[in-house]
Design a protein around this ligand. Structure first.
Ligand code: NAI
Length: 710
């Protein structure tokens, strides 16, 4: 686990060996501890070089060991202290990356030499933690408080060049890092080490320290959206700045203790795995990620260069594909060309055309024209004629039936959905939607392309709204019902923002445009001329219906783009939402007209009704086999819908709240609103509760049993 050999006569070269990332699991800690002791007592040795096997210094603690209270082997803090106290100089030779515990290890060395391509960082905050094995105390002593706080709070990777400027690395080199470190180690043999033991050094002084930390805390509070870890980062770094090292270490230990087994840390760590779980996709047919091969894709076409098409073009070009961008409207084409070039900063290989014929030779097409079945059907028919045989035809539709589009083509097995999220070049999520006839190879290809674009790709089945938008519908519906019953957009949004969403549901729909849903509802015959005469306004298909969104659109209130929606904006396209007295009046009149009496609605009711309705639909998605696992649903919500990571995604959240409590809540609200089927607990949830609410990673067994009974 830690290989030991003496090189160049006097240098003990210790190499951590624990593929793939040399994580510091118990055996590695033990190996390191023993190797350092050996170097200490070996009379031939006058210096030490610490490196990682196979071009990677160290990826940090082993996340699989987290949550295990009584870990065997020496604690990291002990290993690091032993190393820092060594009377012979220790030089870290950093290749690849030194992350988390790996960077803490490097900070316990007396010198750090990095390869020019190496990266360092403290990603712990993304796991609901902070660098709690001395990292929060040593880094500020080395690079100063502001730089350290930034690195610890953001969890970002710092490139070698920047690390050198900050003083985090002593040297950056292009050649063999271990050789350079050995030469360097020999040059410092016998030299005094005190100033190189970070634990012995005070932090570089900071003017206005109190004001600095006050400001930092304010900033973190406003950005953390209820996450505790970033706040703890500030507290720990403040400890480094104000306390002697040993006291700072005590504070660090105490703070870490409060986080380590917290619900938030568990949720964040769950997200870490959920993010990766999508790659191991499977289809109900039995096709799987490890048995299907992706087709190589070098060229792609994007059809329709509106909001989505532009972002998709950028994402594909950034992934190294050569892209043909097609748009029939002349002014849109010109505008898109300018916007895409700006986003690509002149890079990327993109050509533009008003003619679909330009897609003839590409390997893959992403269609992103208006959400209109008739138009899309026509385009798929044309594409099927124009494109060379074997071209994969994908659609960015957010709700429409993939199989109907497939049936317009010669090769329905080549059709899948690639559902991007706005803005498509930034949002991490990609839903890859397979229809009943999509080939496993087509799915594998879309998944692989998602990976190349840096997306979190999740394979899902074909149904209205797929996974994300299908679950969103009952959530939006509840929000509207709550307005009818007496809530305000401000109250609902505040509850959801306090929960951790960056934006409440009404601010969100103002941003994406109320007209989008209106158009869909008109097409579905829920509003507009398609509605049968004499139907009561608040009932559709014998279920409760809220026409509030339709009424807003009839008033021309589409949200930010028109300057007013659920809120008021200073101008069309304005972004700062203000309360609108018009809306208050409108709601009062609406309630009066329909004989509704406003009641006081608590934030708890808002949360329970909106979130439980969404979660309930999530269970239906699982039950129907549209998503393969709760992890997949949670990844969709965290990466596509900004569900707060420290809450782990809706299904994980349900497991933390307790399935029995969610069931009870749904039962209660369904009794109060029997005309709302989305509040009726689904049978899978009942069954899970009846089976004693197993932990989330055991749900699949209940799902399987449940499906076989259906
Ligand atoms: P958009 O209205 O901004 O853009 C559509 C573009 O397609 C327009 O520029 C239009 O001129 C062009 N177009 C129409 N017919 C065409 C044809 N025959 N050939 C070439 N271009 C044609 O629409 P947006 O928002 O970009 O949506 C596109 C698709 O993406 C829709 O299916 C939508 O449901 C889906 N989507 C939208 C999201 C959003 O947040 N806007 C999110 C995810 C999916």
């Amino acid at each position: 686990m830690a290989q030991y050999r003496v090189v160049s006569g006097s240098v003990a070269l210790i190499t951590i060996q624990n593929p793939p990332v040399n994580a510091l699991r118990a055996a590695v800690r033990e190996g390191l501890f023993n190797a350092i002791k050996r170097a200490s007592s070996d009379p031939q040795v006058r210096s030490v070089v610490l490196s990682g096997h196979n071009g990677t210094f160290c990826g940090g603690a082993d996340i699989k060991e987290f949550g295990n209270v009584s870990l065997p082997g020496p604690h990291l803090v002990e290993v690091f202290q032993l190393m820092e106290d060594l009377v012979k100089p220790v030089v870290a030779a950093i290749e690849g990356f030194a992350l988390g515990g790996g960077l803490e290890l490097a900070l316990a060395c007396h010198y750090r030499i990095g390869h020019s391509k190496a990266r360092v960082g403290f990603p712990e905050v993304n796991l609901g933690l902070f660098p709690g094995a001395g990292g929060s105390q040593r880094l500020p002593r080395l690079v100063g408080v502001p730089a350290a706080l930034d690195i610890i709070i953001t969890g970002r990777h710092v490139a070698a060049g920047e690390a050198l400027k900050l003083g985090l690395l002593d040297k950056v080199i292009d050649q063999n890092t271990v050789d350079a470190a050995v030469t360097f180690a020999k040059s410092v043999e016998g030299k005094p080490l005190d100033n190189h033991r970070l634990g012995n050094r005070p932090c570089p002084p900071l003017e206005n320290m109190d004001a600095f930390f006050e400001e930092a805390m304010k900033r973190v509070h406003s950005r953390a959206r209820g996450a505790v870890a970033p706040i703890t980062c500030v507290q720990a770094v403040r400890g480094a700045a104000t306390l002697p090292f040993h006291k700072g270490m005590e504070l660090e230990k105490m703070l870490l203790g409060t986080l380590f087994n917290s619900a938030q840390a568990q949720a964040s760590q769950y997200c870490f795995f959920a993010e990766r779980a999508g790659a191991r996709w499977s289809m109900p047919s039995g096709a799987r990620w490890d048995t299907c091969k992706a087709k190589p894709i070098g060229t792609a076409a994007v059809i329709g260069l509106g909001t989505m098409g532009r972002g998709i073009t950028v994402a594909l070009a950034r992934a190294g594909l050569s892209v043909v961008a097609v748009e029939t409207q002349e002014h849109q084409l010109a505008e898109a060309q300018r916007a895409v070039s700006r986003m690509l900063k002149g890079g990327g290989r993109v050509s533009y055309s008003p003619d679909l014929q330009a897609a003839a030779e590409v390997d893959l097409v992403v269609e992103a024209v208006f959400e209109d079945m008739a138009i899309k059907e026509k385009i798929f028919k044309q594409l099927s004629e124009v494109c060379k045989p074997g071209t994969l035809l994908t659609t960015n539709t957010s709700t429409l039936d993939i199989d109907r589009l497939a049936s317009c083509t010669r090769d329905p097995q080549l059709v899948v959905g690639m559902h991007f999220f706005a803005p498509a070049h930034i949002m991490r999520l990609l839903e890859v939607v397979y229809g009943p006839r999509s080939s496993p190879e087509a799915v594998a290809t879309a998944m692989q392309l998602g990976k190349r674009m840096g997306k979190v790709s999740v394979a899902v089945g074909n149904c209205t709204g797929f996974v994300g938008n299908r679950m969103l519908k009952p959530y939006l519906e509840q929000a509207n019902f709550l307005l009818e019953e007496g809530a305000t957009p401000e109250l609902v949004d505040a509850a959801l923002e306090e929960f951790g969403f960056p934006m409440g549901v009404f601010k969100m729909s103002d941003l994406s445009g109320l007209d989008v849903g209106w158009r869909v509802r008109k097409e579905e015959g829920l509003t507009g001329p398609g509605v049968t005469a004499g139907q009561p306004m608040r009932i559709r298909h014998s279920r409760r219906y809220s026409p509030l969104g339709d009424l807003m659109c009839e008033e021309g209130r589409y949200g930010q783009k028109t300057g007013s929606g659920w809120y008021l904006y200073d101008k069309p396209g304005g972004r700062v939402a203000r309360s609108d007295p018009w809306l208050r009046n409108f709601l009062e009149q609406y309630r009066a007209r329909h004989g509704l009496v406003a009641r006081r609605i608590s934030q708890q009711e808002v949360l329970e009704r909106c979130l439980y309705a969404l979660i309930n639909e999530g269970f239906r998605v699982l039950e129907d086999g549209i998503a393969a696992s709760p992890q997949n649903i949670d990844a969709i919500y965290v990466f596509g819908y900004s569900w707060p990571k420290h809450r782990g995604g809706p299904m994980f959240y349900a497991s933390q709240v307790g399935l029995a409590r969610v069931l009870e809540g749904l039962n209660h609200y369904h009794q109060a609103h029997p005309d709302v089927p989305h509040l009726e607990p689904c049978s899978l949830l009942r069954r899970l509760v009846a089976s004693g609410s197993p932990p989330i990673d055991k749900w699949s067994e209940v799902v399987k049993g449940h499906r076989s009974q259906l």
